[in-house]
Structure formats: structure tokens, C-alpha cells
Design a protein around this ligand. Structure first.
Ligand SMILES: [Cu+2]
Length: 268
């Protein structure tokens, strides 16, 4: 076979296997989500993260298959039969192919970079006026949630479906990490720093906040419940809390002033 023939076979294999794997991912992902293998997507941030992951997967399939097919084809077709008697032909680099390879890699990485940064910018965008403000305070080994709009504090995180939330995350003792897998949000809880981000829960349900930073002996038990409910259910809960909780209970969970320094060392 001439060199064109040796290119044709792996290229056909490359294209066919790439299409098959992409189709498999396309049809399998919803089945895995249905079966609960992939957690449900419960916020705009999670939707974004899932889309970015899907784009990365589709783009990486032809890259992965290309490497494996060409390597396997070369190993099989050009293998030595018996002991080699002489040194193989000397091959020089193909500058044109190298140029195309570099250009394609550059375009691919630039596209992924832009998509990734877009997602990050959305997470760090200023909160809309309608946002609920929740201060998340981590300590060994609980999370506490303060609704600064209402002066209410809770150990369960109640959120409203389709209402943006501005989370401000901090810690009273060691480093923790505030993570809601289903909502695709995660932020470090660092003493003396306020870590802020915005997300909009978009699916009613019960989820779990988990600590994602090893923070001591009971780290693995540092989980709290998240309830995403309707605006009227949330309104009822808020008014109940405001009527039963004396102001002194709120004062008890407020952070000491020293814990509220921002990154530049100023008091927030
Ligand atoms: Cu922890």
C-alpha cells in the first residue's frame, strides 16, 4: 500500500469511531441522568457547567480517538516481522502538517478558554436587584445561613425557585468549602474573607450542602439540607421565623467583627 492508502484507512476509522462515540454520549447522558448516576441540574450555574462539560466531551472525542487509532494502526501495520535486520527509513518532520496541527490546537484551546471564562464571569456577575442575600458561615462542623434581608438565621438553607441568590461565604475557624453538587456551586469558606457569588436555583426539591475541605474529625458529617421551594412557601417560612425568633437569637449567630475583614483587610 502506498502512503495515501495508509492514511485513508485510519482516517475512515477515526471518523467512524468518533461519530459512534459522540452518538453514544448523546444518547447515554440522558439515560444516566434519569438513572440518577449524573446528579440533577438544579440551577443556572449547573446548566452552564453541564453544557461546558458536554462541549469539552464532544471536542475531546475526536482528539482521543485520533491519537488511539493512528497509534494502533501504526503499531499493527508497520510492526516488525521477526528480528529487524536494518534501521528503518529516516523520516523528517512535515512542516505543513505541524502548522495545521498547531493552528487547530490553538483554535480549540481558545474556544474552550472563552467558554470557560464566560461561565466564570456569569458566576461572579453583580447580583440583580431581585436577589436574595444569604450569608453562609461555616464553622466546625456546621453551616449557618443568615438571611441579611430579613435578619433571620437558619441551619437549613431555604431558597426560592427562580430567584437569584447572592451567597457570601466565610468561616469562623478553619478553612471549609461550601458545596451544593446539584446546583453546581462551590466556594471556599476562609476565615476573615468574604467569598461572593450569584446562582439561581431553578428546580424545586431537597438537596444537600457538603463541606468540601478537610476541616477536622467531623468533616464528613458537615452536611446540611437545602430546600428549594416556591415563593409563597418561602414567604410563609420567613414570616414564621420572624414571629418566633427573638432578636437576641439572631445576635447570637452574628460573626465577630474580626471575621468580617475582606481580602484587603478592611472591615466589610
Ligand atoms: Cu469540612
Amino acid at each position: 500500500m502506498n502512503s495515501r492508502g495508509h492514511l485513508r484507512t485510519p482516517i475512515i476509522l477515526w471518523v467512524v469511531i468518533s461519530i459512534l462515540l459522540a452518538a453514544l454520549y448523546y444518547f447515554l447522558a440522558p439515560v444516566l441522568a434519569q438513572a440518577g448516576v449524573i446528579p440533577p441540574l438544579a440551577s443556572d450555574v449547573a446548566d452552564n457547567a453541564y453544557q461546558i462539560m458536554a462541549i469539552f466531551t464532544y471536542l475531546s472525542i475526536p482528539v482521543f480517538v485520533g491519537v488511539v487509532v493512528f497509534a494502533a494502526y501504526s503499531l499493527f501495520t508497520f510492526r516488525s516481522h521477526g528480528r529487524p535486520t536494518d534501521i528503518g527509513p529516516q523520516i523528517h518532520g512535515n512542516t505543513r502538517l505541524l502548522g495545521w496541527w498547531l493552528a487547530a490546537s490553538f483554535v480549540l484551546i481558545t474556544v474552550l478558554y472563552v467558554i470557560g471564562f464566560n461561565g466564570l464571569a456569569q458566576l461572579e456577575a453583580a447580583a440583580p436587584a431581585s436577589a436574595l442575600h444569604v450569608r453562609v458561615t461555616a464553622q466546625q462542623w456546621i453551616f449557618n445561613y443568615t438571611y441579611t434581608d430579613y435578619n433571620i438565621s437558619s441551619s437549613t438553607l431555604y431558597l426560592v425557585e427562580n430567584q437569584p441568590v447572592e451567597f457570601t461565604v466565610t468561616s469562623m475557624d478553619v478553612h471549609h468549602s461550601f458545596w451544593i453538587p446539584e446546583m453546581g456551586v462551590k466556594a471556599d469558606a476562609v476565615p476573615g474573607e468574604l467569598n461572593t457569588f450569584v446562582a439561581t436555583p431553578n428546580k424545586l426539591g431537597h438537596y444537600t450542602v457538603r463541606c468540601m475541605e478537610l476541616c477536622g474529625v467531623l468533616h464528613s458529617d458537615m452536611n446540611t439540607n437545602v430546600v428549594v421551594e416556591t415563593a409563597s412557601q418561602f414567604g410563609t417560612w420567613i414570616s414564621q421565623q420572624m414571629s418566633v425568633r427573638p432578636a437576641s437569637m439572631f445576635a447570637a449567630v452574628q460573626l465577630p467583627e474580626a471575621a468580617l475583614l475582606d481580602a484587603s483587610g478592611k472591615r466589610s
